[in-house]
Design a protein around this ligand. Structure first.
Ligand code: URA
Length: 248
């Protein structure tokens, strides 16, 4: 059985960033496109990407059905595909790759940094975000005040948020407990298994603390690449895509 569905030649080329459907139609009609070595001038020709070799002016097109990127989201951009006034995570993606139906898998607040997956694989995205999946997400947080054993227990037991929702059991691991007398904030690792609006900030608020900095470092088995500076992104490796598939 074919792993990748057959699709029209013009769609394949436009999905791969060779221009709009009308641009690629012109390209095909110009006779520069070959399929399995033969010139193909019919844009409606069905291509089986697993079998057929498509070339443009002698250069083979390396077809991939889906794109998967890991972005180190910087503060100051919103996790949306477009917005009338704000910069979005899509604005950080190269223009040639931007118009391929990419969307962020989940949301980070505007001031939160770190791991954000962008893909055009709708099935995987929706499976990862399904509330019942409880995919673990880990964050580094800097918070005001001192982290106590009671706070760790409260995270473990679940915290009742301002709207009455009781969070699932979460982990709070102090890296630096913080010393309010010296004005030193605490540094912690937080692991949550759901993604309510402003969840970590609201959990900390209930405990009388304020989140000063928040960065996501992993989602399921996928870790943020430490070589990516804020605003940088790269494609996921096949092994990393597999980690997400296993999670979903
Ligand atoms: N929790 C928050 O409060 N903000 C985020 O961006 C992610 C988790």
């Amino acid at each position: 059985m074919d792993r990748v569905k057959a699709l029209r030649l013009d769609r394949l080329l436009s999905n791969m960033g060779y221009g709009s459907r009308s641009d690629v139609k012109k390209l095909i009609r110009s006779g520069k496109v070959t399929v399995n070595g033969e010139v193909q001038r019919d844009e409606a020709e069905h291509i089986r990407p697993d079998h057929d070799r498509v070339s443009i002016a002698g250069t083979e097109v390396n077809y991939r059905q889906f794109l998967y990127f890991m972005l180190n989201k910087p503060a100051g951009v919103i996790s949306a595909t477009s917005d009338a006034t704000e910069r979005t995570v899509l604005d950080l993606i190269e223009p040639a790759e931007r118009n391929k139906g990419l969307f962020p898998v989940g949301r980070l607040d505007k001031d939160t940094e770190g791991l954000l997956v962008l893909t055009n694989d709708g099935d995987l995205g929706h499976r990862l975000l399904a509330p019942k999946k409880h995919v673990p997400k880990r964050y580094i947080a800097v918070v005001s005040g001192k982290v106590t054993p009671e706070d760790i227990r409260a995270f473990h037991d679940g915290i009742r948020l301002d709207d009455g929702y009781l969070t699932l059991s979460a982990k709070l691991e102090p890296v630096q407990p913080g010393d309010p007398e010296k004005g030193d904030p605490a540094e912690v690792i937080v692991e949550i298994h759901e993604g309510k609006y402003h969840q970590i900030k609201r959990m900390m608020t209930v405990l009388g603390k304020k989140v000063l900095y928040l960065k996501r470092i992993s989602m399921g088995g996928l870790m943020l690449d430490p070589d990516l500076k804020p605003g940088e992104y790269r494609e996921l490796s096949a092994a990393e895509i597999q980690l997400l598939q296993n999670e979903s």
